[in-house]
Design a protein around this ligand. Structure first.
Ligand SMILES: C[S@@+](CC[C@H](N)C(=O)[O-])C[C@H]1O[C@@H](n2cnc3c(N)ncnc32)[C@H](O)[C@@H]1O
Length: 245
């Protein structure tokens, strides 16, 4: 998806409505992320959500952890606007930063984080941009803090990767036919399929879709000084990686 796409209001609204239909493990992975939080329910803590979108996960965090503050970083004003409305009841426990993940969001953070999380956003960055992001995430954390990324990942076996993409797109098509996905997402979903099946083509065709294999990302996290980077969960195209400061 091009950044311009994420920046259209009707795409943000449609994605917000259909997020847990488009992502088959949306809520499962929210729960898995919670299991990795390095603090307890009653603790004061700071959570940074990279590419936090319309704030579905952020709302759960602020509900589950009544003393936590959450900083949601995203480059899309339409997504941020939905998040601001959704998180308004939490007052100043929810903070918003409009920034590209490639830019220096670290210098704008009001305080260091106990955990930096991300869901379905980092695959938009090239591998070099991911390295810079992991470095910044490391410095954004307090000592003993944690980084957790759940995302779409690449698979070394290209034939198998393409089969997984086609299977996912077939379930999405069925949901479209049943009227469960807003029509305004039709073009976006076609673009997803094209981009994902073009993943082995040259960079020029890939625009901003750069999923890594979990192994490569684990190495990149180790290269950014993180300790014990590992994958804790994987199903089909999705995985969850965690690393400690
Ligand atoms: C698939 S949505 C996921 C949103 C949210 N994490 C969720 O799981 O519901 C991808 C989000 O990443 C954001 N995003 C994509 N590329 C980005 C970039 N380079 N910098 C900052 N945000 C980005 C988009 O604006 C969008 O909100």
């Amino acid at each position: 998806m091009s950044e311009q796409g994420w920046n259209q209001q009707e795409i943000a609204t449609g994605f917000d409505q259909a997020a847990d239909i488009l992502h088959p493990y949306y809520h499962v992975l929210h729960d898995k992320l919670f299991e990795l939080f390095p603090f307890k329910e009653k603790d004061s803590a700071v959570v940074v959500d990279l590419g936090g979108g319309s704030g579905h996960f952020a709302r759960k965090v602020l509900n589950e952890f009544p003393k936590a503050t959450l900083i949601l970083i995203d480059q899309s004003e339409p997504f941020l606007n939905i998040a601001r409305r959704r998180l308004a009841p939490f007052g100043d426990r929810a903070l918003f930063l409009c920034s590209n993940l490639q830019d220096n969001w670290l210098s704008k953070l009001p305080e260091k984080a106990d955990i930096v999380v991300s869901m379905s956003a980092i695959h938009h960055l090239t591998d070099q941009e991911k390295d810079t992001l992991f470095h910044r995430s490391y410095y954004a954390l307090k000592e003993g803090g944690r980084f957790a990324n759940t995302d779409l990942f690449y698979e070394e076996n290209v034939t198998y990767f393409k089969e997984l993409v086609r299977n996912w797109m077939a379930t999405i098509k069925q949901a479209q036919q049943n009227g469960r996905i807003p029509k305004q997402l039709d073009k976006l979903l076609l673009e997803w399929k094209t981009q994902m099946l073009a993943v082995t083509d040259g960079e020029a065709n890939r625009r901003n879709f750069f999923p890594q294999t979990p192994d490569k990302q684990i190495d990149a996290l180790a290269g950014s000084s993180f300790k014990h980077p590992k994958m804790t969960w994987r199903r089909e195209l999705w995985a969850l990686l965690v690393a400690d400061k």
